[in-house]
Design a protein around this ligand. Structure first.
Ligand code: ATP
Length: 254
């Protein structure tokens, strides 16, 4: 069943055979006043985006490229938490749909067998220091058959991991259903308090080593899990605990 059974998430869908990036499309829809929950989805992306200006490798007609437009009544400092809400929703959807053993690499990558199957990119637009809208882009490698050499050791797809093809529309519907429920839990107190237990249960970094790139000096620590703000709690070698932001950490060994 690939009909989307949601109240608002993905009810209004703009579909593109090919576009530059669905985040760019969803931002344009935001500028035009499209409603909360509008989804921009494409069969192919010619200029898919990752974080910090990086690219996202596309397999036309095979994968999921979609971006949801949100109009949350939250402050800009809370917006990055939405990335984690989406990561949790996407991993729950993938697990339920395919039965594959997917997990989260903090804060926003989905991983199977140590290789990335999904990336999430959140962008927001501010007006007088308030959020006018947020766009969350999700790229899932569904039926991708092969990756260029530089990605081959780090990227995989649901097809490569399971040996069979998956219906993209069903997965999209599942992600939207999970996201709508998780988003409403997030909005109750504007934090990840109601979601962190499930998130931490799927977190692959837990009890593993991370390298923290603190401006005052790098250090190695053990990751314990996220707190209600979505920060990664780590324990240093001397036992001190710290909460680190996503820009500060490079995660190893996953
Ligand atoms: P990284 O995954 O390199 O640690 P990141 O989490 O910041 O960094 P994203 O911005 O989520 O990465 O995604 C962009 C990066 O993902 C690219 O630099 C590339 O290494 C990798 N990548 C690009 N396309 C794909 C793809 N289709 N599947 C998996 N990984 C990809």
């Amino acid at each position: 069943e690939s009909r989307i059974e949601t109240k608002w998430a993905g009810r209004n869908v703009f579909y593109y055979e090919e576009t530059d990036s669905t985040n760019t499309r969803a931002k344009a829809l935001g500028e035009e006043g499209a409603p909360h929950g509008t989804l921009a989805a494409a069969d192919a992306q010619s200029a898919g985006k990752g974080r910090r200006g990086r690219g996202w490798e596309s397999a036309p007609g095979k994968d999921i490229y979609m971006s949801i437009l949100l109009k949350p009544q939250i402050s800009p400092v809370q917006a990055p938490m939405l990335t984690l809400v989406m990561a949790l929703s996407a991993v729950e959807a993938v697990k339920e749909e395919t039965g594959l053993d997917a997990g989260i690499k903090w804060p926003n990558d989905l991983v199977i067998n140590k290789k990335k199957i999904c990336g999430i990119l959140t962008e927001m637009s501010l007006e007088e220091e308030q959020i006018s809208y947020v766009v969350i882009g999700v790229g899932i490698n569904v039926n991708h058959d092969e990756f260029p050499e530089e990605l081959a050791g780090r990227a995989t797809s649901l097809k490569l991991e399971s040996g069979k093809e998956w219906t993209r529309a069903k997965l999209v519907a599942q992600v939207m259903e999970k996201f709508e429920k998780n988003y409403e839990i997030f909005l109750k107190d504007g934090s990840l308090a109601g979601l962190k237990e499930r998130y931490n249960g799927l977190l692959l970094n837990k009890e593993r080593e991370v390298r923290v790139l603190d401006p005052k000096g790098e250090y190695t620590a053990f990751a314990l899990g996220i707190n209600e703000k979505g920060e990664l709690l780590v324990e240093r070698e001397d036992g001190r605990r710290e909460a680190v932001f996503s820009g500060e950490v490079s995660v190893r060994g996953i």
